[in-house]
Design a protein around this ligand. Structure first.
Ligand SMILES: [Cu+2]
Length: 341
């Protein structure tokens, strides 16, 4: 049966109206926003998940405090010793760069740590030891490790784009060196340093000398001073939450002071003079007596103090804004030493 031209036009127009209504009902959001369109287009073929992962570069796991460092021997000031195993005469350590929830005592932060603590566990070896450190990166961005004060071969020095490619998220790098020279050293990130160090990515590295030292002392402590995103901290804590050091009258203590921060910290001890016996791990030919020690960023110093009187003594940074908040409350870089009879 043949239709007239007018009938064919009406039929076509009617079909278009029906088709338009069907589209309107099925795809009410079509064309509303580009985001909705890409979501609708990718649902059902699995590509949506991929797109979500791509967009979620900042979405990474933050581990609970203490993760990775449980069970180690505790140092007196609350730090921990790094565990190692011996393989063919090599001391093998593992450090994992790890985001954790960390409390400086007054505030909870997201810290970036080695093995879950600020500072990372103390690497303690003997001069001449062959040391291997397997570094794994669980941060959301690349990192590297520099062995501050150590006489390593150039390829092990941990400088991104200069001595090695940065360790990508999920990657690892194996450092190996002979432990020398002896003394108080540090390890720390050398990538995006202001941010990564500011968030806690550092630790202490002590190389015990092969020959006995001319000093004698009863106790030994490491005090790692930092500033940055975590605030002003000694061993990862801010006063009044810095861990008190307890000594008996007559005892002599050796303190290994380290400034891993970005600012100068003149550390002043109340009530006593100390003997500076080493700078950057190296023994001084003649000890210096003082009660205030300017620690520049990157400095380490070893000092001896004999406590001949009881009391609750403070050792603090003398830049007042590092020890007092805007309301006049004491905070930050204050270490308490309790000396009892
Ligand atoms: Cu200071």
């Amino acid at each position: 049966m043949r239709r007239s031209p007018a009938g064919r036009f009406l039929l076509a127009a009617g079909l278009l109206v029906v088709l338009g209504l069907v589209l309107w009902v099925v795809y009410p959001q079509a064309g509303a926003t580009s985001g909705a369109r890409s979501s609708a287009a990718s649902s059902g073929d699995g590509s949506h998940q991929t797109a979500a992962q791509g967009e979620a570069a900042s979405d990474y796991e933050v581990f609970p405090a203490g993760t990775g460092s449980e069970g180690q021997q505790q140092l007196p000031e609350g730090q921990q010793l790094a565990k190692y195993r011996v393989e063919n005469g090599v001391k093998v350590f593992e450090l994992t760069a790890l985001p954790v929830k960390w409390s400086t005592g007054d505030k909870e932060h997201e810290a970036w740590t080695f093995n879950g603590t600020v500072p990372g566990p103390q690497i303690r070896v003997k001069e001449g030891d062959r040391v291997r450190v397997i570094v794994k990166n669980k941060l959301p961005e690349p990192t590297v490790v520099h062995w501050h004060g150590m006489h390593v071969t150039n390829a092990m020095d941990g400088v991104p784009m200069v001595t090695q490619d940065p360790i990508p998220p999920g990657g690892e790098f194996v450092y190996e060196f002979v432990a020398k020279p002896s003394g108080t050293h540090m390890y720390h990130t050398h990538f995006n340093v202001l941010k990564q160090e500011g968030k806690g990515l550092f630790g202490t590295l002590i190389v015990e000398p092969r020959e006995p030292e001319p000093w004698s002392y009863d106790k030994e402590y490491s005090l790692m001073i930092a500033d940055g995103e975590l605030g002003y901290t000694i061993n990862g804590k801010s006063f009044p939450h810095t861990v008190p050091i307890k000594l008996k009258v007559g005892e002599t203590a050796r303190f290994r002071l380290m400034n891993i921060g970005n600012q100068i910290h003149p550390m002043h001890l109340h009530g006593f003079d100390f003997k500076v016996i080493a700078k950057d791990g190296r023994p001084l030919p003649q000890p210096i007596e003082a009660n205030t020690l300017d620690l520049m960023p990157g400095d380490t110093a070893d000092v001896l103090v004999t406590f001949d009187r009881p009391g609750t003594w403070v050792w603090h940074c003398h830049v007042i804004s590092h020890v007092e908040d805007s309301k006049g409350n004491m905070m930050g870089l204050i270490q308490v030493i309790q000396v009892e009879e």
